[in-house]
Design a binder for this molecule. Structure first.
Ligand code: HEC
Length: 108
């Protein structure tokens, strides 16, 4: 019973990591084209540094979709997959992202 659970958890973690790695390919491009002018990874620019942003993927996603003040909304400029990729990309620049399963207990 316990073993089965561990196997499932390990598979879920692996899946999540693989997804981040894949998403990063085009997220990197989206970042350069649409985010870089306002966001750096580690320092505040026009907007907050990726590393200082919310840790909750749902909050990040809502912000990218709906914007706030100077932050433009991307709901119509990026599709669902691209927005998810940007959330994963931001998380990959956050300190805890070295181990995605520690931060987000494999709920993805
Ligand atoms: C015109 C400048 C600008 C651009 C372009 C921009 N942002 Fe922002 N972003 C901001 C500002 C300013 C804030 C802070 C908003 C506030 O005052 O609450 C912000 C906030 C955010 C937040 C919320 C962070 C938090 O923890 O509250 C996320 C997530 C985010 N941006 C992601 C992105 C992504 C991804 C892109 C590219 C697709 C992007 N932004 C492009 C200016 C920008």
């Amino acid at each position: 019973m316990k073993k089965t659970f561990l196997l499932i958890a390990a598979a879920a973690c692996f899946g999540f990591t693989a997804q981040v790695a894949m998403a990063e390919i085009n997220a990197d491009k989206i970042y350069s084209k649409k985010c870089k002018m306002c966001h750096k990874f580690d320092k505040k620019k026009v907007g907050p540094a990726f590393k200082d942003m919310h840790k909750d993927p749902a909050v990040l996603k809502a912000m990218i979709q709906n914007g706030r003040k100077m932050m433009p909304k991307f709901k119509r400029k990026l599709n669902e997959e691209q927005i998810n990729a940007m959330v994963a990309f931001i998380q990959s620049k956050q300190p805890a992202a070295a181990n995605p399963c520690a931060m987000n207990p494999c709920s993805k």
